[in-house]
Ligand binder design. Sequence first.
Ligand SMILES: [Zn+2]
Length: 334
Amino acid sequence: MRGGRRLREAPGTGGRLVLLLAVLLGSALAGCGSNTGPGKSAEEKGTPEFRYAFDAERAFAYLEKQVSFGPRDPGSDGHRRCLEWMKREAAKTADRVFTQSFTRRYGGKDITFTNVFAVYPGASERIVILCAHWDTRPFADEETDPARAAKPIPGANDGASGVAALLELGHLFQAQKPPVTVVLIFFDGEDFGKDVKDMLLGSTEFARQWRTVLKDVGQDVEYGILLDMVGAKDLRIPREVNSQQAAPWLMDAIYRHAREAGLEKVFPDEPGPQILDDHIPLIRAGIPTVDLISFDYAYWHTLDDTPDKCSPESLKAVGEVVARTIYADIRRPR
Ligand SMILES: [Zn+2]
């Protein structure tokens, strides 16, 4: 993932792409309070009532388990082991788990990337996508010492946190049928390359052919929510700029549910940074998707991105807001 901080520090290829995407996605954002989106708002069919049972401790154990495999950079042993574990864990709650794999050649080696899908049938065949990347960065390029910078990161927050929240939400969807069919997607290759063209690999591959990939699930996708770096202590998720431009009606719903849940400290209703992340390929493929991301993380892309920097309460805050949004059955304006 590339964000505003990096853009200001080093406006390289990534910076230009972020700017290009901003132009493609609409005009520049000038302040985005809760009611400043374009006129259309989402319709809510259901009530946000659900038997809420997001187990923060189990979610945190999912985070720790992933880190216990070691770095999960594509091609590594940790990557292989984590993939098998993740498929097994998702299958315990999901109606169906399937994968999408593709191979790319890097440094004279073929590397296989795998997106994992877990389907939770709802009261309707309309689909909501909840996604996170499960791979971790092969190098700690925010480290100043070159020896440390060459090593792969543990990715407790940047990688494991989103997956942990999604796996725990799976228990919720199993216990109480959601109003929409929920598809969890665990994207591979988000954080792979030095260069932007070698990042967002799994989401780009999915976005290119999503109708085919989801042919047995359905085609009527309402929206997507991406979770990235949602495990840090003192979590703070303002409105990410590209998300706000792509789906202001969904952002309004999410921030309203956060307020109703008393979680406005975690979800401050104010403009955030502009981030290039897995939501961008989905938006460009016609799936309005928002990125819930806390980019204020001192250990980002360092060897210190470890579980002690994260907390069960953060995972729970995000899980609760996502669950409220799902059970409220938000519909995109058409
Ligand atoms: Zn990252």
